[in-house]
Write a protein that binds this ligand. Sequence first.
Ligand SMILES: [Zn+2]
Length: 257
Amino acid sequence: MIDVPPFRTLVVAALAALLVACSLPLASESEIDTQGDAEFQKIRNKTPISTDARLRAYVNCVANAIVRELPPPYVDQDGEVEVFDSEEINAFALPGGHIGVFTGIFKVAENQDQLATVIGHEVAHVTEQHALKRYNREATTQIGVVGVAIATGTGQAGADLAGMVASLGLSLPFSRSEESEADTVGLRYMARAGFDPRQSVRLWQNMQRKDKLGPPEMLSTHPSSGHRIDELIAQFPESLQFYNAAQAAGKQPRCQR
Ligand SMILES: [Zn+2]
């Protein structure tokens, strides 16, 4: 005897298929962390690592001081800090708590406070969930990839998520509003860690100066609003309060090259 599914079951199945066709599954924070872990390992496998012990200790000193100021769950993430031997004026942070600095960044980051500006900014993109939000925005609106997603199950969605994580912070530009947010939040992190927020202006000035000779890689993924420096200065009253409180509480980092 042939088992014919009742009409109702067919309708439900058709409706379910239609729903799948309208949106990809949304990603969770833990999924994006896993993708961040994988991406970080990939970069580490193909990029030479600096063997300069002093430099590595210096970057770790600044990065660790900032990570200590992050809200949960980021403060507890067991991420890695790596210094890549590359002329690129660039740095990045990935979901999962990973921070990468290219040695070229020291052409613009002259001291611990300026390096803290860079790391604070990069980490803020992660804590403000810019990769996760962008992926979920695209997943709910992007119908074009749906045919593939249906054909391959969730695998394709996972691959898209991986691509999104890989490109953010490395090749895909953030939006202007994400940049402003990362500047503001990053400034708070560095100030709370006891780094001088006024040095953020020097860092971005140095970056702009380099821009005239040939754009630093970092500026291609972190577009300047044109008002970036004015906006940072406008936030000095708040960030200096954080800085003074941190200093008074004994947070006086002395990270040296
Ligand atoms: Zn940015």
